[in-house]
Design a protein. Sequence first.
Lengths: 369, 476
Amino acid sequence: MSLFQPDSAEALAAALAQAAHDRQTIETGGAFSKVRAGGPRGGAQLTLSTAKLNRVLNYEPRDLTLSVEAGMPFAELSALLATNQQMIPLDPPYSATATIGGVVAANSSGPRRRWFGTARDLIIGMQYATMEGKLVQSGGMVVKNVAGLDTGKLHIGALGTLGVMTVLNFKLLPMPVDTRTFAKEFATAAEAIAERDRILKSTLQPMALDLLNPAAARTLSLSGFVLLLEAGGQPNVLDRYARELPGFAVVDKTFWARINGFTESFLAAHPAGCVVRISSKLTESAPVLTAFAGPVIMRAGNGVAYAYCETPPAKLPPLKCVIEYAPEPRPAGMDLWPAPAADFDLMRRVKDMMDPHHLLNPGRLYGKL
Amino acid sequence: MIAANVRQEIHNLLGPRGYLDQGPDLSLYEYDGSIDKAKPDIVVFPKSTEQVAAIVKLAARNQLAIVGRGAGTGLSGGVIPRAGGIMISFARMNRILEIDLPNERMLVEPGVVNLDVTLAVQRDGYYFAPDPSSQRACTIGGNVAENAGGPHTLVYGVTTNHVLGLEVVLPDGTVIEIGGPETDLPGYDLTGLLTGSEGTMVLVTKAWLRLMRTAETVKTMLAIYETTDAAADTVAEITAKQITPAALEMLDGPMLRMVEEATHAGYPMDAQAVLLIELEGLIESVESQLEPIRATCLACGAREVRLAKSAEERDLLWKGRKNAFGAIGRVSPFYYVQDGVVPRTQIAPTLRRIGEISREHGVQISNIFHAGDGNMHPIILFDARKPGDVQKAVAAGEAILDYCIQVGGSITGEHGVGMEKMELMTKLFSDDTLNMIASFKSLFDPQCRLNPGKLLPTGKGCMEIHHAHATPAATY
Ligand SMILES: Cc1cc2nc3c(=O)[nH]c(=O)nc-3n(C[C@H](O)[C@H](O)[C@H](O)COP(=O)(O)OP(=O)(O)OC[C@H]3O[C@@H](n4cnc5c(N)ncnc54)[C@H](O)[C@@H]3O)c2cc1C
């Protein structure tokens, strides 16, 4: 096993082509912060890191656009943008160590996705290296663009199973002038969900809206089912939220850091632990919140929930879900993606086209791709 | 001409009113909003996914080209059946199948008209954000195919940001559901890949749309300028100041006069440019943005900044904007709309360059465009009856797009490449990128029968490349 850290996209592409030629398996990553994400890893003949592709290629604050190499640490990038009151509001787990490429490959997102969306909404272009050793472009540096096929979308969340992203172009968002965080505890899931529904039907436009089950709430020293809401804007806007959120307490903004860091700290504390990611409709919130004994944190405005299990669940509930993080190494026979949908065959054909010999992060996408 | 046996099979499948194959009828289906033309051999009007799949299989057996058609409002020749064959119109698949407000979703057939989505849920305080200016006519199928935008996609994103899942028919007749009403479904984002594929990879037979809550208040401002430069500078300045209006549209002098004469919307006849600026959101948030925007406009040289005082006034301004192409039609029988995009700091120089190109090529060019996202729409007026005029218009269009590329932009922001800008793709993308697009095209449509001759430059189309797809050696 050897580690290669190319310092140019061209060198990275060439390494992929060489490995393909030699039929060598390859593991790719940025900072390798999310080693427990996705499916089996390790044992590859070559390890390729984007860590040295860490330059900002083009940052035009007045255009609110940025082009950055994939290996740039997310934290460093965020700090740079903050000097201009700008942001990429993805709130990913492992934000202190992850690279921007890794964040996108894992399609990491966080609470503010209710308002700002996820990587698929923020990326305006990318360059990726293929197993044929080519550098391919999708999109560009303008915020609206339909030239060509949006092949870059496939790499978002592919966990590096189709190629290696080398450059990412973003549209940037201005930071809100100020923010305020509100929390309210409820005795039952039904009451919390009813309040969530009321907020979603109101004219309020929260940036973030999370719902925690009691086990998750306890870790924040709260109790019951908890709705956490973040609003952004001028003080009079924030006061408006205060008026329209009766019974909510204004809480410390650092709650969000703990929510965003929850996955990382939970997995560190539980080497045998798993994080299950559930994609649900908003009307399915009740079963999602109650299907697990451990903590559940739900993006209550999107229906994406994370359930934290101290040991691998024997059986997953009948919801659309995957085991997003698993113990490392994986216990034998663990099915990370029990029920791929009807479009799985098409995904497999995409994989076969991009990586015909299945050398790239084999099985990394939940053991199935 | 369609072969008698194929016609008979279609007749059996869809009945006597399910298709058109006579010359005069077919003439209605030979064009879209761009300048090319070609007739299909037959136009069919399926009413269900099953019928679409049956037609697609029939086309496969008979080696016929297929083109899907929404409302034909496309502006890049996407719908033009340049290889003849079967045109599948989705006009009769226009049902809203499910309105699911608690989940902020709607499931529709592809022939549903864009505006009808919003109209169906407006009373309940929801809407569908992508609002192409053609929204009274264009369909969701066409929007998905082109990844359509609109004035209000500046802040809320274009079609791809509002489509969660699709039911599609592959060129071999297989029906597959992709994505779904939930977000973050595991695996590859095929919905994202196929949205914007310009009808060349799949036919869309259903779409899951994301609905948004109507904002509490909307304020519309009209900033009036003596020079286009000052208006363009304002756009750059608003962007740089990180104020995010919901919409930011620009009309230049000739354009706003055409619009005003046609609609009497209240645009000043003597100005050289106006910006139509809309703010949306909570009352407090909108109110707090009005003054900074007004100040920015004035600082950049606006002569006057008006605030629409009533919903009627606002609607009138938008009616003028959205019906602009009709207004041009009154003045010039032929026009050619370009769709280049530039970084927002480059709008002023781009407008100046468009002015030069207009003089160099001897064609009149007016501008009405989505300024907030740098999406230019230079409208080139010409007279197709005058020899050489079409060529002049096309050459001017290309010169403009060359400039857009040169300043770091793109050749199309929302209208698509179609058959109109195929050859320009080589100026924007490397061979490796074009080959990758071709590989995806072949993966979905190996026989190149779905909307052939679009999107990729001649020589890169799927007919010409033979990409070896090795069968996978490894299994897990
Ligand atoms: C006055 C005017 C204003 C416009 N303003 C805007 C604007 O603001 N923003 C914008 O983005 N566009 C605009 N357009 C362009 C056009 O309206 C859009 O591209 C629209 O999305 C096309 O929809 P349609 O139903 O007319 O599609 P068509 O023109 O019928 O088809 C367009 C493409 O979609 C494909 N297609 C259609 N249905 C399907 C289906 N079910 N499955 C697969 N492929 C399909 C066709 O094959 C073709 O390639 C404007 C056009 C006009 C005439």
